[in-house]
Design a protein around this ligand. Structure first.
Ligand SMILES: Nc1ncnc2c1ncn2[C@@H]1O[C@H](COP(=O)(O)OP(=O)(O)OP(=O)(O)O)[C@@H](O)[C@H]1O
Ligand SMILES: [Mg+2]
Length: 1112
């Protein structure tokens, strides 16, 4: 490479300034194979094993552990943009995981490369990254652990040391990791493809059998080995190639422990693990069975087992009847049309049968292991899952001798290339059309034609191989090649010396027993030998039946076709057609997912670090089509992103869009790109996405963003620090103000209190002094005043006395003057008028003066007259002493006159009432205590309306006189003093007592028979009506009654008696009087009683002489 080219290549994007070479091959200038390899080499030499082609990751196997997979690195790449950091497998894993989690897109990670390029390691790195960044929790961690631990198990059984790789995967593996909507792993499904089972029985020089055989022998305990009937020595076993039993840097024993531990974690039961190792042991021991020829009498070659000890042990281990297995190694039964034909096997056939059995046992065990692991790691829920598929499949293989396996493997790679084309190139072009981006179609090689050459159902090589295998008659690999030569001769990608096409007749590089295919990755020459056999993959039925009969559940399960009840005469599908079908399923599966590519490159054949074999790398670059990949990438747009996230990511680069863009995101992106002056040819606006042609532009954007973020961070930091300082300052200031104010207040308070107390002291002194002074002054003043008063008083006294004396003197003098004057005048008048006055003149003057006084008196009296009320006691005072008698007389006359006037207003009835009241007054006033209360009560007489009330009709009918009193009274029972209600009637002539309820007259006493009425002087209504002795009414005795209207009744009785009999009724008022009860005279005695019954007097017959009335 010339210096110019190198110089150009040195040009770095700013983002990649600290990068070695060019991180993204799309930026490589100039783009050719040399510069490509040089860039890889340069990066490789500086430990940069990852390089991008757009979103594809190229990984070069460093063959040593680099410190770039640490947890810190995981954190660094976590949630970062793909282009943000230097290329790394974690960036791709993160991108895939995030778009699975956030955009709900199923992902697949396609890892390709040749053997030893680092595919398996890459797949493990992807898995461990996803495990590290996805959710956590006990359940999730267990799922993760099981998924991760499935690797050592499968590697132990499926990997082997080869010339190219000490840990070469001898099977294809596709693993679907399933996630829930949150992105937490739920489980997984593993698919395996075509285990290289031929390795079980034979390994090329310098290679080993599958790891597990060595691991058991090195790692298992003596006891366990004994159980498995194994010996530790590798050389004891024919199936273990001797020359490379130990691998440098590999500790088989430690790995055995790892595998057993992993099996436990994945969920293998102890008996399952045991069975698995038993099968492995049986396979190993099968290799030790040897046959020797034995000629039989019929001339047929027969084989015989040399040493049956091994066979015996195998049978013990697997629970197979020894004779059955022995027979299966010696005979072959062919069933055709219900006919069973048994033929003996010669030594070669016996060896073939033995190896076939070993291969089948092992490969079926491997498939069983995958199924068993799947059972353990399958997702437990039925919720919708998101899937990330990781494909670690054998890479393109071009060896010196290529056989059926390489053919199959390369076919698989052709299909992968197909899907790469489908998903990347085609999809890319279609996206441009979808997004309305102008796009000039790019020619790329579509390997569909090669796929067709191999898989076409009629003319495909696989179809032809199947046809050959099924064809009756002698079938050999040569007949197969002949057939190919006929059918495929004209195919552009098929080359054969013997074909009809004469093109290759003279091509000496192409042996006669070979055919050559121009794969997309280069020409590969296949040795046709072994194709038919390998495709047939025959296991004699006798063997599968013998296996089915085994008393070992796992082995029995591995050979279901051995069950005689399910004999299937149909041939089992050939290896080729099986593989074709599984590859077709895989392709279908991959097509539904978003692909992510990791292209692994092997730097040297020596498995050594630091060696970069340019020729080897160049070869890989060619067949991986990486340059082609870069060109497509370059022709198109390296980067695309929907407008919203793009604007969100870069909006801080333009003032108009920062911090918020209001409007459609596309317009925002347009403004942003204009502002940043990005050349127009560098980007295109699609319908929903922005397309950026060159990663350089993207890096520039990223770089600007980084710078801007730094600025923003500085700004934020600045503002934050400013804010913090300011808040701190403000707080301090506030505190200072508060403290100062408190302090000032405190000090002022102190000062004030001091001043106040001193003021008070001073004040009190001053006040005291002032008060004392004032007191002194006041006392002085008072004394002065008092003195002045005394003096004044004395003075006034003196003056007054002097004045009085003077006035008295003056009055005496005036009086003396007046008297003298009067006397003198009198003397003068008498002297003058003596002659005119007669002797009676004095008398006339006296009378006249008297008349004048009387006149004045009456006139004054007229104005001072009191009211006309008879009870008004007012009377004007007497003016002159000599009118005393006149004044009294006048008062009496006036009173009589106003009484008359008052009386004149009354009607006759009123008069009667007043007469009665007057009578009562005369009778009881000051005699009976009950009287004053009766004055205000009008005398009604007929309290019971006898004539109106129908209840008293009978009574009314019995009395035909005018009723004066009708009232209810209590008649005191003479015997016990208890009261009973009676109606008391007073008519003109009679006193009647009637029953209150019935109105029947009980007693009738003519007024003439009533002699006396007695009552107490107290405040009670008791009275006794005394009857004339001997009268008819008096037979029962006197009546002792009690009434509320005693005064009225007694008065009316008195008046009526007086008017009827003209005799005054005797009314006796005394607190002790006698009454006549029948023959006895009983004393009624009124005593001051208790107030037990309120105001009601109680009557009690004490003995037959005494009736006591308790008056309250
Ligand atoms: N990233 C890596 N860092 C360190 N060593 C690595 C890395 N990748 C691969 N190796 C080394 O390379 C060896 C081969 O890698 P790996 O088994 O992944 O190859 P492969 O592509 O799977 O090959 P095959 O197709 O044979 O399975 C590993 O055993 C490991 O020692
Ligand atoms: Mg591998």
């Amino acid at each position: 490479m010339n210096a110019d080219k190198m110089a150009k290549m040195e040009v770095k994007t700013s983002l990649l300034d600290d990068m070695i070479g060019v991180g993204d091959m799309v930026l490589l200038e100039p783009l050719d194979e040399d510069s490509f390899i040089n860039n890889l080499k340069k990066r490789f030499d500086h430990n940069e094993v990852y390089t991008y082609i757009g979103s594809v990751v190229i990984s070069i196997n460093p063959y040593r552990s680099l410190p770039i997979y640490t947890p810190e690195k995981v954190e660094e790449y976590r949630n970062r943009n793909f282009y943000e950091l230097s290329p790394h497998i974690f960036a791709l894993s993160d991108e895939a995981y995030r778009s699975l989690r956030d955009q709900d897109k199923d992902q697949c990670i396609l890892i390709t490369g040749e053997s030893g390029a680092g595919k398996t390691e890459a797949s493990k790195l992807v898995m461990s990254y996803v495990a590290a960044v996805c959710g956590k929790g006990a359940e999730v961690n267990q799922v993760k652990e099981q998924l991760l631990q499935s690797n050592p198990v499968l590697e132990a059984f499926g990997n082997a040391k080869t010339m190219r790789n000490d840990n070469s995967s001898r099977f294809g593996k596709y693993m679907d990791i399933e996630f829930d909507f949150k992105g937490d792993p739920l489980g997984g499904v593993i698919s395996n493809y075509l285990l290289e089972k031929s390795r079980v029985v034979k390994q090329p020089r310098g290679e080993r059998n599958f790891h597990i055989f060595y691991q058991i022998l090195s790692g298992a305990s003596e006891e366990f080995l004994c159980k498995l009937k194994l010996e530790r020595d590798f050389s004891r076993y024919n199936y273990l190639g001797l020359d490379s039993a130990r691998v440098n840097g590999v500790d088989d024993a430690a790995n055995f422990r790892t595998v057993r531990n992993a099996m436990q974690i994945v969920g293998f039961m102890d008996h399952e693990t045991q069975s698995v190792f038993e099968v492995v042991a049986a396979v190993l021991k099968l290799g030790n069975i040897e046959f020797k020829p034995e000629s039989r009498a019929n001339g047929l070659d027969e084989s015989k087992i040399k040493d049956k000890n091994e066979l015996k042990e195998i049978c013990e281990l697997t629970g197979i009847d020894q004779s059955v297995l022995e027979r299966a190694f010696s005979f072959r039964t062919v069933e055709a049309k219900q006919e069973k034909v048994s033929t003996t096997l010669n030594v070669a056939q016996a060896y073939y049968a033995r190896d076939a059995l070993a291969k089948n046992l092992y490969s079926r065990l491997f498939s069983w292991l995958v199924t068993r692991i799947n059972e353990s790691i399958k997702a437990q829920t039925k919720v919708r899952k998101k899937v990330m598929g990781v494909l670690d499949i054998y890479g393109f293989e071009i060896f010196e001798d290529n056989s059926f396996e390489q053919f199959i493997i390369n076919y698989c790679n052709e299909k992968l290339q197909q899907i790469f084309i489908e998903l990347t190139l085609k999809e890319e072009q279609e996206e441009y059309i979808r997004e309305g981006i102008e796009w000039t179609h790019i020619e790329y090689f579509n390997n569909a034609i090669i796929c067709d050459l191999i898989e076409n159902n009629q003319t495909g090589i696989l179809a032809m191989l199947d046809e050959e295998c099924l064809r009756p008659g002698t079938v050999t690999d040569d007949t197969f090649l002949e057939k190919l030569n006929q059918v495929c001769a004209t195919h552009q990608h098929f080359e054969s010396r013997m074909s009809k096409c004469s093109r290759f007749l003279n091509d000496t590089s192409l042996p006669h027993s070979c055919f050559r295919i121009q794969h997309y990755a280069g020409k590969v020459m296949y040795q046709v030998e072994g194709f038919v056999d390998k495709n047939n993959d025959l296991l004699y039925r006798d063997l599968s039946q013998a296996m089915w009969k085994a008393n070992h559940s796992l082995i029995k399960a591995l050979f279901p076709e051995g069950n005689p009840a399910k004999i299937n005469l149909k041939r089992p599908p050939t290896a080729g057609s099986q593989f074709k079908a599984s590859v077709a399923t895989l392709m279908k599966n991959l097509q539904t997912k978003n692909p992510n590519y990791i292209r692994c490159i092997k730097p040297n054949d020596k498995k050594a670090a630091h060696i970069f074999n340019e020729a080897l790398v160049c070869h890989q670059i060619r067949y991986l089509g990486l340059l082609e990949n870069v060109r497509v990438r370059r022709a198109g747009y390296a980067f695309r992103q929907p407008y919203e996230p793009c604007l969100e990511r870069y909006k801080m680069l333009c003032k108009q869009t920062w911090p918020h863009w209001r409007g459609p995101a596309r317009a925002g992106v347009e403004v942003l790109f204009n502002e940043l002056r990005i050349p127009e040819e560098e980007f295109s606006f699609g319908r929903s996405k922005i397309f950026i042609r060159n990663p350089r532009t993207l890096f520039k954007l990223e770089d600007l963003r980084k710078q801007r973020l730094e600025d923003l961070a500085t700004l934020i930091g600045k503002i934050y620090r400013g804010w913090k300082c300011r808040t701190h300052f403000l707080l301090m200031k506030k505190c200072q103000v508060v403290i100062a104010s408190w302090y000032r207040r405190y000090s002022q308070q102190k000062k004030y209190q001091k001043i106040k107390s001193s003021t008070i002291t001073v004040q009190s002194y001053i006040r005291g002094w002032k008060a004392r002074k004032q007191l002194r002054e006041l006392k002085h003043l008072k004394r002065c005043n008092e003195a002045a008063t005394v003096i004044a008083a004395y003075w006034h006294g003196t003056q007054a006395r002097r004045e009085l004396k003077r006035l008295k003197e003056e009055a005496r003098r005036k009086h003396a003057v007046a008297v003298i004057w009067a006397y003198w005048l009198g003397l003068k008048v008498r002297r003058e008028y003596r002659k005119f006055f007669r002797a009676n003149a004095g008398r006339k003057i006296y009378e006249f003066t008297l008349q004048r006084i009387m006149q004045k008196y009456f006139l004054e009296m007229k104005n001072k007259m009191p009211s006309l009320s008879p009870i008004d006691k007012n009377w004007p005072a007497r003016p002159y002493l000599f009118l005393e008698s006149t004044h009294k007389e006048l008062k009496r006359i006036f009173h009589l006159w106003r009484c008359k006037k008052y009386r004149d207003q009354f009607t006759d009835q009123q008069k009667l009432i007043y007469e009665e009241k007057l009578e009562a007054s005369e009778l009881f006033k000051d005699k009976k205590a009950l009287y004053p209360a009766s004055v205000g009560q009008p005398f009604q007489g007929a309290y019971l309306e006898i004539s109106e009330n129908p209840k008293y009709k009978k009574l009314k009918d019995a009395v035909d006189e005018k009723i004066i009193i009708a009232e209810v009274v209590n008649k005191i029972n003479r015997a016990n003093g208890k009261a009973a209600s009676r109606i008391f009637l007073l008519t003109k002539n009679n006193v009647l007592l009637a029953d209150q309820k019935s109105g029947t007259i009980k007693s009738e006493v003519p007024l003439g028979d009533v002699t006396k009425v007695s009552m107490s002087s107290q405040n009670d209504g008791f009275f006794a009506v005394h009857l004339k002795e001997g009268s008819e009414a008096a037979s029962k005795g006197d009546f002792l009654l009690s009434s509320d209207h005693l005064i009225e009744m007694a008065t009316k009785l008195y008046r009526t008696t007086l008017s009827q009999t003209k005799q005054k009724l005797n009314i006796e008022i005394s607190d002790e009087f006698l009454v006549q009860f029948k023959q006895d005279k009983v004393c009624v005695k009124f005593i001051q009683g208790s107030q037990k019954n309120g105001n009601i007097p109680t009557c009690k017959r004490k003995n037959n002489r005494l009736l006591e009335v308790a008056v309250p």
